[in-house]
Unconditional design. Structure first.
Length: 276
């Protein structure tokens, strides 16, 4: 159900889309109910979109483009901007960089990296956080997270590396079935040619060295071959472009990767955990 407070929370893109959709609908002499029938939504859903009580979803934008877009492509172009509006504030600066990246290298410790999460896992994780979020906000964040997955088969290909701490594989989120599905999906991702997935074993510290104890990190290479580091902690984020600092994080990540299990052994461990 649409929330009244969304009218004040809606971003600038959502407001422009709402006004444009209404203008094009009226220009084509369609009622809200008639437009809803064309795009597979109720008239109430169209009304909620036009008043920003419920901004357009990614799927609704696709349907609007097909039905009343007049070949202009404006609703298609708006999809990326609407998606960015739905991201949490700490991720908004990094999100557009991620979608254009040539390469991504990440180390995740606490939970499965967002890019690799199943919808059920993401919903359980986001919905179970604190402070609690409304069902609508949870749905928005889950949708925004799922749309990031276009990166896996993007053209040009992006090279993706993930070192995942074993604790994240063993930490139950949602239910046993949700975890099993998530583990199976990780194996599927790890078998993609542009993805390298490794596991940092829990017992690594017994060897006397563990380069990952400083926390999670993501390294990104832009289309201009610039390198940045991205850090998150306690709903705060830090985007680092200083070359000296990025070099330090790059060296640390290289050590983390070297200390992790190899790709084949890692996938074998994940498959084993999925079968337990």
């Amino acid at each position: 159900m649409a929330r009244a407070e969304n009218k004040t929370e809606a971003g600038g893109t959502a407001r422009v889309v709402a006004a444009l959709a209404k203008a094009l609908r009226e220009q084509q002499r369609l009622s809200q109910e008639e437009l809803g029938a064309l795009i597979g939504y109720t008239g109430s859903a169209v009304s909620a979109m036009e008043t920003c009580a419920q901004p357009a979803s990614d799927q609704m934008l696709i349907k609007l483009e097909e039905s009343i877009g007049l070949g202009l492509g404006v609703f298609e172009k708006a999809r990326g901007y609407i998606r960015a509006d739905k991201y949490p504030p700490l991720f908004k600066d990094f999100a557009p960089l991620e979608q254009k990246a040539l390469s991504l290298q990440s180390y995740a410790m606490l939970v499965v990296h967002g890019l690799f999460q199943t919808e059920a896992y993401a919903r359980a994780l986001i919905g179970g956080g604190y402070p609690p979020l409304s069902k609508q906000r949870v749905a928005e964040l889950v949708e925004a997270r799922m749309t990031r997955k276009s990166l896996f088969d993007r053209d040009p290909t992006v090279l993706i590396e993930l070192v995942l701490d074993e604790s994240a594989l063993r930490r139950a989120v949602g239910s046993k079935e949700i975890m099993r599905e998530q583990l199976i999906r990780l194996v599927e991702y790890g078998e993609l040619r542009n993805v390298t997935l490794q596991v940092m074993p829990l017992a690594r510290g017994l060897r006397g060295e563990h380069a990952g104890l400083h926390g999670e990190i993501t390294l990104l290479e832009s289309p201009d071959h610039e390198h940045v580091a991205y850090l998150e902690a306690q709903d705060e984020s830090l985007l680092i472009s200083d070359p000296a600092k990025v070099t330090t994080y790059t060296h640390r990540y290289a050590k983390i990767r070297a200390q992790a299990l190899g790709p084949d052994e890692s996938l074998g461990l994940i498959e084993q955990l999925a079968g337990e």
